[in-house]
Ligand binder design. Structure first.
Ligand code: SF4
Length: 256
């Protein structure tokens, strides 16, 4: 639909636009082949609220890893129901079931990249297969790698990643939530300022970075959705990213 050059130009122009303007442009341009992903934590709330105001029919993927806090599931249900959001839960490919069950306790600790690949990356790759655009809620102030992101990022397979919240800070999030009187994730007040799966999230202190409680001590800061891993569709090209032996799964051709 757009050349790389056109996308770069638009992305530059969007640096001065509001998230609502970017969101509306993306939905109007790519409808219906557009979807959003959301982890339904406090940081996700403003973007979800904007979607509820602009087009609540937008497909929103919630990746149900099976490792979520109960509070996250409750919060996802609450927002989806009160704001009439079009949320679809994604699950791992059933061909991983035996492997995942055998390693259910150890996997997030011994091989978090593989765990994230099985439970998040691959289901999302599959869900986005027929989409033209993917809206994500990442912000530049969250991590060093996110600081390098662009508002529009055209991937090699033609999928356009749209990051409407990129220029917002955590203060912007707080201000928007106060202005609209929006609810926080139930664990936010207990020090969980960034919430992912339960085995990989701990509460942080007031002087810690918001994401300091994610994969603490495991040398990992991203789940793979927002890294090069998402762009690799062939399992055989990924095995160097993992510690555990997945040759059995390779033979079963677990792909997209
Ligand atoms: S965040 Fe942790 S438990 Fe969740 S998929 Fe990734 S490694 Fe597994």
């Amino acid at each position: 639909m757009f050349t790389q050059l056109e996308i770069e130009k638009l992305s530059e122009e969007f640096e001065t636009k509001t998230p609502q303007e970017i969101l509306k442009w993306a939905i109007d341009t790519f409808w219906p082949q557009i979807a959003m992903s959301s982890s339904f934590q406090t940081q996700s709330v403003p973007l979800l609220h904007m979607v509820s105001q602009i087009n609540r029919n937008l497909l929103i993927f919630f990746i149900d890893t099976g490792y979520h806090f109960w509070e996250t599931s409750i919060f996802r249900e609450r927002l989806a129901s009160e704001w009439h959001l079009n949320v679809l839960d994604l699950y791992r490919d059933s061909r991983w079931d035996a492997f995942a069950r055998q390693n259910i306790r150890s996997l997030p600790f011994e091989d978090p990249n593989l765990c994230c690949y099985i439970h998040k990356v691959q289901p999302m790759q599959k869900a986005m297969k027929d989409m033209l655009a993917w809206i994500s809620g990442i912000r530049r102030d969250q991590t060093a790698s996110r600081a390098q992101a662009k508002i529009l990022e055209l991937q090699e397979d033609g999928l356009l990643k749209v990051n409407p919240m990129l220029n917002w800070t955590k203060e912007d999030v707080k201000r928007y939530m106060e202005k609209h009187n929006l609810p926080s994730h139930p664990l936010f007040a207990k020090g969980y300022r960034s919430v992912g799966c339960a085995p990989c999230t701990v509460a942080v202190g007031i002087y810690d970075d918001d994401r300091a409680g994610r994969w603490q001590g495991r040398g990992k800061t991203e789940c793979g959705l927002h890294t090069e891993m998402f762009k690799k569709k062939d399992l055989s090209k990924l095995k160097d990213d993992f510690y555990m032996d997945i040759s059995v799964m390779e033979r079963r051709k677990v792909e997209r």
